[in-house]
Design a protein around this ligand. Sequence first.
Ligand SMILES: [Zn+2]
Length: 481
Amino acid sequence: MNTPKSKFSEWYNEITKEAELCDLRYNLKGFIVFMPWSVMSMKKMYAIYEKELEAHGHVPALFPALIPEGYFHKEAEHIEGFAPEVLWVTEAGKHKLEERYAMRPTSETAMYSMYSLWINGLKDLPVKIYQSCQVWRHETKATKPFIRSREFYWIEAHDAFATRKEAEAQVKEDMEMAEKVIHQQFAIPFLFFRRPQWDKFAGAVDTYAADTLMPDGKTIQQPSTHLLGQNFAKSFNVKYTDEKGESQYVWQTCYGPAISRIYASVISMHGDDKGLILPFELAPLQFVVVPILKGENKDKVITECEKIVKILLQENFTVKFDNSEATPGFKFNHWEMKGVPFRVELGERDIAEESVILVRRDTKEKIKVKTKELVAKINELKPEITKNLREKADVWFNSKLSHAGNMKELDTVLNKQGGFVKVAFCTDQMDGEKCADDIKNSCQANMRGSLYGNDELPLTNEKCVSCGKPATVYLYAARQY
Ligand SMILES: [Zn+2]
């Protein structure tokens, strides 16, 4: 790596190229090739998230990627929100299609068309289905690998319930899953905001979104969960017959962890001047074994390295024996850049001492371990890596939370350190949009919403930072990706 992480934007571009995470040379604007090193980590992220969803009663399905225009037009707000970004299929072979097909930008309209057939009585509820797939959105904003591209990879969970109470409980469960997966296992801190009404998901009653920060202090969205109420149920006629024999619309929620974008956060939050740092469970390779060859007994060292590889493979770890011609120093740099959590170094002297040198990528600590105690030591250290990354990320993230009493202060704080800045605001209902636009114009910041579950006292005598009218809510402003 040539660029220090303090120059984040250049660092990010360099690491995605050097670590072979993606290739931008595919000749279609906004579309990139995700390369094996990133995909191997993202598949692990998918597996962890899917396991969590299934532990909470979700089951997988796969819906078609193409959505008939008729389905797509059923929910008015939804189509209005997504229409500018939809890619349409209009032809098949030589023939123009009678009806256009949307390439799914999200699957509410595909899935709920079927839910209306599948749900009839109380016995059919709740429905909790997820699919892991890609979606297409013809973004007009500048694209950046993993952060924003016109095709991205996510999970979408779509749930239906008999009551609003159950739907609200699902929103909470979605947030708890995000904490368990993204914060605890991927070591990415975030805050859950209730988005202002002007910025909610098209067709939803309320949107709750987890936002984290990039090293440059700008925010990037992690999963969002939406209380859809009965809006889609009414448009798609998703009904059940209740115990009194009356027909009722279901209450719905949807949840969308965008795996490829969360991966961008993992790269950015944990990496350093030398390259990637990955939690043990997300690393494509968990160990690289490097022989330190000096003088005569090369064969002996190599045989010993092979034994170590075997021991690690028996534990179901992923291991690479780097027996290439390159110097140890070159190998160290290369695998550090790739973010391999552990390096095992082994030379003749180590063999004599029946030990190996274990090097942690996250702390760079070198640990001498007896060969027979190697597995025990690794099992002790691997949760330590995630814990260390999480604690470090938390400290940094918390240092980026601040507040401002007026627009000038807001602008100053955003210029100085970015992050989330709490301000008093007139309202998070539609009427507040004008003030949000003013803040966007003068400070290039977006109002991300009110903090979910915040137990602050009601505002007294505070004025909206933008219009000066009495404030009713604290909102958090941030510059965003
Ligand atoms: Zn205002």
